[in-house]
Design a protein around this ligand. Sequence first.
Ligand code: PHE
Length: 345
Amino acid sequence: MAQEIFDKVNHLLVEIKTASPKSLEEIEAFRIKYLGSKNILKSLFGEIRNIANDRKKEFGQLVNSVKQTAEAKFQSLQEQLEDTQENTELHSLDLTASAEPLEIGTRHPVSIIMNKIVETCSRIGFTVAEGREIEDDWHNFTALNTPEDHPARDMQDTYYLLNDPEHLLRTHTSSVQVRTMMQQKPPIRSIFPGRVYRNETISARAHCQFHQVEGLYIDENVSFADLKQTIEYFAKEIFGHQTKIRLRPSFFPFTEPSAEIDISCFICEGEGCNVCKYTTWVEIGGCGMVDPAVLDNCGIDSQKYTGFAFGMGVERIAMLKYRINDIRLLFENDIRFLKQFTAAF
Ligand code: PHE
């Protein structure tokens, strides 16, 4: 009798080991049969009273090992099932399908022009330097020979800091000329790209913030001819090789002599159009020979060195190049507008 029960348990052990339920339902049936609340092992434990005393322990251990085997088997069955489910999901994933299209984006037209200017000037030996947007009165005006009563210093034109009127938002990148001259000895050949601010009423043609690129060259014997040659090279590189330049006498406190830079209108090429207002010339910036007083203010010996400077508005050039008729479009960050400009030229 006792041996019969032992045989039954051993048989059960084999049955559990060889069972191969696969589906969720089959595995659940396995669990109920061997591990559920009315499982088959419980009745076997009850048989222990029919076992002779000296084999009771052996029997108990055997039934226990069957139980552990059933538990281990159930756990591995469950893990297998999860693996197959994951695999099925993985296989139903088509890795060759094309991805959602990515919007790569484009550079802002102001950045495109700025990069082009930097690249063009670097080819003739200009390095790039940057200053600060919050500037002090001395770097923005005084060192640049701008008298106390100059209209640019008026609150109407310049944003002064409310809690510190000695500081202001720079009105031009010329302040970086000053910082560079204070820090370096000639020869100096640098350009200064950056954002500037003026208290202007915003309209299609003016904005309270815009960008400039300024150039400065200081060495012994730098002449107006060098300035003119540099501007000519620049204009031809940026606007095309047929471009002519015209330097129109003007005034800036920090250059003497000074000139406005005009280029021949590349839109009508001399025919006259509304961009050049039928003059065939368009203004792109200002320039001049650095005033000796400015050199002295910045610790550079004006007896020994001369230099030239030029500056231009980046938005202005972008508007001319891309025929944009409203400067505000450049600050609205409307992607439908901005993505039209992908290449320099
Ligand atoms: N700083 C001048 C302006 O903002 C431009 C300029 C730069 C003129 C350098 C001459 C030389 O109008």
